[in-house]
Design a protein around this ligand. Structure first.
Ligand SMILES: C[S@@+](CC[C@H](N)C(=O)[O-])C[C@H]1O[C@@H](n2cnc3c(N)ncnc32)[C@H](O)[C@@H]1O
Length: 315
């Protein structure tokens, strides 16, 4: 295939992948609106609140809760450190900084977010046009290059995370401290890249951030009934889930991280997380929020589609 066609095809795929952010934030807002979790900032990143099906809301709840669990644990284990950082790769319109700031959880901590330039530009525009969000930043001047927002505890960068040298240079310019304890977050991001690229990201993170923890959340088990539905859905959106073939289960994901330079790795699927780490009282609360129809109950039982690999590692 001629190079120009290949380039156009790649651009088309990248645009489609950016679209997954729009769908993701709408789903998170839907789950928050139904009372699954508390987040008053997400709504500022959508045009209107749409109600998703109960099964989708429950899935986003478990995802949100699992990521939140890892972040809270990171803050606990680094509580005596003079400085902590969160580096969110493919952050999309996530409200993480605003939520943590409002909870006064960002003690001696800085959040760095990276996403494609168009997504970062759109997020910056939304922040700047919203009095609540803008009020949570230090006064900031327009920034040069890929750094779109540069505030005391929040930096938003527009970059393709596959471009290692550009990412490193821009994070350096934004003030990332490569030696400080850092939680690297990738919430349904790396799977959209061909594994040759996502593996490179996992390797450079291990190499460049020696005091770090990598939290990755993405789909596994492509061949259970839910996995097949999920793959068809993403194929139609031109956003193939690449990691599924090469890393279809927790064992493969674990090997992947250990092979790419991480010292330890823990992988958990969402059913195990939900049953093992969400207190019973909280499960009872969410289970009565919305009724499930028969089809949803069957899907819920037939596979662990709420699969998360909480991959943690320190190099
Ligand atoms: C499904 S969304 C998830 C957004 C956010 N992590 C969340 O969970 O709400 C995937 C995000 O990854 C971003 N992304 C995918 N590949 C990327 C790349 N190569 N460089 C930067 N961002 C990327 C997309 O633009 C999109 O915002």
């Amino acid at each position: 295939m001629p190079t120009t066609n290949r380039k156009k095809q790649k651009q088309g795929r990248d645009t489609a992948v950016q679209g997954t952010n729009d769908s993701s934030v709408v789903s998170k807002v839907s789950a928050a609106a139904q009372g699954y979790f508390h987040d008053i900032f997400l709504q500022h990143f959508v045009c209107k609140v749409v109600r998703r099906a109960p099964l989708i809301n429950r899935g986003y709840y478990v995802r949100w809760r699992a990521v939140d669990h890892c972040i809270r644990r990171f803050f606990q284990v680094t509580e005596n450190c003079p400085k902590r950082q969160i580096l969110s790769l493919g952050a999309g319109f996530d409200s993480l900084y605003f939520r943590l700031h409002a909870d006064e959880a960002l003690v001696r901590a800085v959040v760095f977010e990276v996403d494609f330039p168009d997504v970062a530009r759109r997020k910056t525009a939304l922040i700047n046009s919203n009095i609540t969000l803008k009020g949570m930043l230090d006064a900031h001047l327009p920034c040069p290059g890929p750094v779109h927002v540069s505030s005391g505890q929040y930096h938003l960068l527009g970059l393709d995370v596959r471009e290692e040298s550009q990412v490193v240079e821009a994070l350096d310019a934004a003030g990332l401290d490569w030696a400080a304890p850092t939680l690297i977050l990738s919430e349904v991001v790396l799977t959209y890249m061909e594994t040759q690229w996502s593996d490179v990201v996992i390797s450079w993170a291990a190499k460049l951030l020696p005091q770090s923890l990598f939290v990755m959340y993405e789909q596994i088990h492509p061949d259970d009934p839910f996995g097949r539905i999920m793959q068809d859905h993403f194929l139609k959106l031109n956003s193939t889930l690449h990691a599924l073939r090469q890393y279809p289960d927790t064992a493969a994901q674990r090997r992947r991280f250990l092979d790419k330079g991480w010292e330890q790795c823990v992988c958990l699927d969402m059913n195990d997380f939900y049953l093992g780490l969400v207190p019973e009282e909280e499960r009872c609360r969410v289970e009565v929020l919305e009724p499930f129809d028969e089809y949803e109950v069957r899907l819920l039982k037939c596979g662990d589609h709420f699969t998360m690999r909480q991959v943690t590692g320190t190099t």
